[in-house]
Design a protein around this ligand. Structure first.
Ligand code: CP
Length: 336
């Protein structure tokens, strides 16, 4: 069974094939019936604007049926711990839920963010891993501790705007946010940019904001395999100099996971990591992008968001096209 939980499980060639199919689908949005007679459950443990809309619409355009469930609201609260004595609020276990949904639908999408209390638990990604373990249909990651669909949309956008990205300088910059946010998009950004051979700089305030070693190591391995590089910088000007792409994201520092009151005064010192036009002027006519949602004038200024070099809206649109291509690929690849 082939799932789409992390791009680490997929080769560059396989991902490029999805991107190429996405471009063809973008040119002819109603030209494929790849999901005719098929259905997909979209299970959300967290809010969404883009992911829900683009999956529901994409499945419709492919001739399929989407069933969206907001876990704990219009489906039962669910337990995940193996061997749990279920005396709390949870009414059913993922063991049954995953099997039952698999009897109904052909694909299952999962959005399940970290709980933000204990990274050693969150890094197990146990919600989506449990659906993969107990379900019997392909599982699609709609954002957990990585966001691989966002990775595909980012790559489609970069290739549309700048062509082959091999050897291009890609900067992932940490930005301020008043709350600690998920590292998923940051993990994903370094993995996909290195997978496609870019020279990747992770710009962050200090060592506390490094990503989990799993993703740092994956980025290093990708860079070695694909002819790019992966470096860390705490020097804003040096990182922006000559960049072809600036990608912004905020995230909470992992050493302070679950202890956010202690992190906040540290994070508050780094509001100057905001992406602004002066920083962008150091780039090589660089693109700016972000996964959205984005707090204007906190993560990036109005001037950056409204500039022609901002590709965030293109990237959001491309979620639709890459996900359609992904679902068609998964149905084809998992055909009995
Ligand atoms: N980028 C993204 O996943 O957006 P939503 O959280 O609105 O789905």
């Amino acid at each position: 069974m082939r799932h789409f939980i992390t791009t680490d499980d997929w080769s560059r060639d396989d991902l490029q094939a999805i991107l190429d199919l996405a471009s063809r689908m973008k040119a002819d949005p109603l030209g494929s019936n790849a999901l005719a007679g098929k259905s997909m459950a979209l299970l959300f443990f967290n809010p969404s604007l883009r992911t829900r809309t683009s999956f529901e619409l994409g499945i419709h355009q492919l001739g399929g049926k989407a069933i969206t469930l907001n876990a704990g609201q219009d489906s039962w609260p669910m337990a995940f711990a193996e061997g749990a004595e279920m005396l709390g609020d949870e009414e059913e276990h993922v063991i049954e839920a995953a099997q039952v949904l698999s009897r109904y639908v052909d694909l299952i999408g999962i959005r399940a963010f970290p709980k933000f209390q204990d990274w050693s638990l969150d890094r197990q990604d146990r919600v989506i891993r449990a659906f993969a373990k107990y379900g019997s249909v392909p599982i699609v990651n709609m954002e957990t501790i990585t966001h691989p669909c966002q990775e595909l949309a980012l790559m489609q956008t970069l290739q549309e705007r700048k062509g082959d990205m091999q050897g291009k300088k890609f900067v992932l910059t940490w930005t301020y946010h008043p709350k600690p946010l998920n590292t998923a998009v940051a993990n994903s950004a370094v993995m996909i940019a290195t997978k496609f051979g870019m020279d990747v700089t992770l710009l962050c305030p200090n060592e506390d904001y490094l990503l989990d070693e799993r993703y740092m190591k994956a980025a290093e391995a990708n860079a070695a395999a694909e002819g790019g590089s992966f470096t860390v910088s705490h020097d804003i000007e040096a990182a922006y100099d000559g960049a072809d792409v600036v990608y912004a994201k905020s995230w909470g520092a992992i050493p302070y996971f679950g202890n956010w009151q202690a992190e906040k005064p540290i994070r508050d010192q780094y509001r100057h990591f905001i992406v602004d036009a002066e920083k962008m002027s150091r780039t090589n006519d660089g693109l700016f992008s972000h996964c959205l949602p984005l707090r204007r004038n906190v993560k990036a200024t109005d001037e950056v968001m409204d500039a022609p070099y901002c590709a965030a809206i293109d990237e959001a649109e491309n979620r639709l096209h890459v996900q359609k291509a992904l679902l068609a690929t998964l149905m084809e690849g998992n055909r009995p």
